[in-house]
Design a protein around this ligand. Sequence first.
Ligand SMILES: C[S@@+](CC[C@H](N)C(=O)[O-])C[C@H]1O[C@@H](n2cnc3c(N)ncnc32)[C@H](O)[C@@H]1O
Length: 259
Amino acid sequence: MGAGLGSATEALLDELAARDAVGRIAAYRATEPVPLFSRRAQRILTALHPGVPLAFGSLNVNDPWGAQGVAAGSQDLVWGVNVFHLARDLDAVLREAHAALAGGGWLVVAEGMRPSATDVVGAEFPFRLLESFTDVRLDPTTRPTSGFLTAEHWLAALARTGFGDVAVVPQHLGLMDELSVRENVEYPARLARCLEDRRDLIEDLLERLGLAGMQHRPPTETSLGEQQRTAVARAVVLAPSLLVADEPTAHQDARRVER
Ligand SMILES: C[S@@+](CC[C@H](N)C(=O)[O-])C[C@H]1O[C@@H](n2cnc3c(N)ncnc32)[C@H](O)[C@@H]1O
């Protein structure tokens, strides 16, 4: 979505190429409403990744996606880098993305964020000259300003539109090496601004999953089994309704699996 001159698409394709995975792309549609940007992205990306089944076209996230060739349940990945904050009606656009995804599909939203609703970050200043940046439907609680949102507003918007209540334990655990085991577990609660409410649960999880003794170490200094349990604790810290876990006991001994 909002592929612009193609830099986010290029980064993704480069990353997949480095993992020898571009061959698994069945179809990739880079959409951008400004024809000049789209043509430039097409020129660059087809030269860089000639074997990838890329298509280029226009899509305005604010208009119904089905009428723009994105059938419901058809996409494995919907993603945009600094695009979704431009949605005129954020909830409506996130619902369109939800409808577009196939079961198990991913919405990846990479966005600049504000520390608080009133703190405009520097990157926003030039964009504020653009009508698309400021012409959004505001709501005193859910969308108090145009421009970038806070983490809190994003999480609330995702929860309202069907994305919020699912947590994942991926097979590649995605722990942050620069944080300690405890900080990794705390991270979703910190982002959702509910760390204090979750204190007891966090202590309990660290204890019950046998992580208390290494909670201040970085994940790289723990065993694979401990890293896996850290990812499980991180996934349940917000008490999701649905937990999607990809072989979460693969590195656990029988006693741990049982527990
Ligand atoms: C900050 S740029 C992001 C560019 C791009 N993601 C990249 O990686 O370079 C925002 C892009 O969103 C596009 N855009 C603006 N309004 C849009 C809308 N309603 N629907 C889809 N894209 C939109 C703009 O044309 C612009 O290319």
